[in-house]
Design a binder for this molecule. Structure first.
Ligand code: ATP
Ligand code: MG
Length: 208
């Protein structure tokens, strides 16, 4: 049993950060698998603000990415969505995400979930030691990326291989190809309703 027997058990909170442009079944499977393996009470999905890694390219408005994440996670009682990153001005840094969640959820033990590609980036960051003091890190396998670490304090986990990326989903929509079963049904419908990712067709704003 992973839980300590002395004292009240702390709320075990998974943190799934991402651009979610759009959210797809690779994200959802990763969160679900880590939740089961690490006995998490909740996984909070945190859509990024303007992502610093992706400044050069177009990223859909945060409100669309937030709402697609809400649609995709609504049916799972353990999944929630946080606005901390999209409501914070400026680019998103994972250190700020974890500090803010620490402040708003002081009772929780944090488990930051990343795919193999994102894990490789994190290991190259300067403030990596502070990150490690704020949360446990769990890296999950992702097709096409090597998952490994020299650090003993990082957990690695194999999850069912989902060869899905948001980049490919956007490319498919812009080319008129289907994204059914790559993203949740409600997200397929949300993309169509708002005209996201269609070249030349202006996307509609979110309702106020
Ligand atoms: P993009 O192609 O726009 O970069 P993406 O599919 O990589 O989108 P992100 O929002 O960048 O999705 O990823 C958020 C997190 O989810 C990252 O930690 C990433 O490694 C992880 N992730 C994304 N897709 C998968 C997948 N198919 N399997 C496992 N992990 C994934
Ligand atoms: Mg990515």
């Amino acid at each position: 049993n992973a839980r300590p027997s002395d004292g009240p058990a702390r709320w075990r909170l998974g943190v799934m950060g991402g651009t979610f442009d759009p959210i797809h079944h690779g994200h959802l499977v990763a969160a679900s698998e880590v939740a089961a393996a690490f006995e998490l009470d909740e996984v909070v999905f945190v859509p990024t603000g303007q992502p610093w890694q992706k400044n050069a390219q177009e990223v859909s408005p945060a409100e669309h990415r937030y709402l697609m994440t809400v649609v995709a996670t609504a049916s799972n009682p353990r999944f929630t969505v946080s606005r901390v990153d999209i409501d914070r001005p400026g680019p998103t840094y994972t250190i700020d995400t974890l500090r803010d969640l620490r402040a708003t959820r002081p009772e929780a033990e944090l488990f930051f979930i990343t795919g193999a590609d994102a894990m490789a980036q994190i290991l190259s960051w300067k403030n990596v030691d502070e990150l490690w003091s704020l949360a446990h890190f769990v890296g999950v396998t992702r097709p096409g990326h090597e998952l490994s670490t020299q650090r003993k304090d990082v957990s690695l986990m194999e999850v069912p291989a989902m060869s899905i990326s948001s980049t490919d989903c956007r490319r498919r929509v812009s080319g008129g190809e289907p994204v059914w079963y790559l993203v949740p049904d409600g997200v397929v419908q949300y993309i169509a309703k708002h005209g996201l990712y269609r070249k030349g067709a202006p996307e509609t704003g979110t309702p106020v």
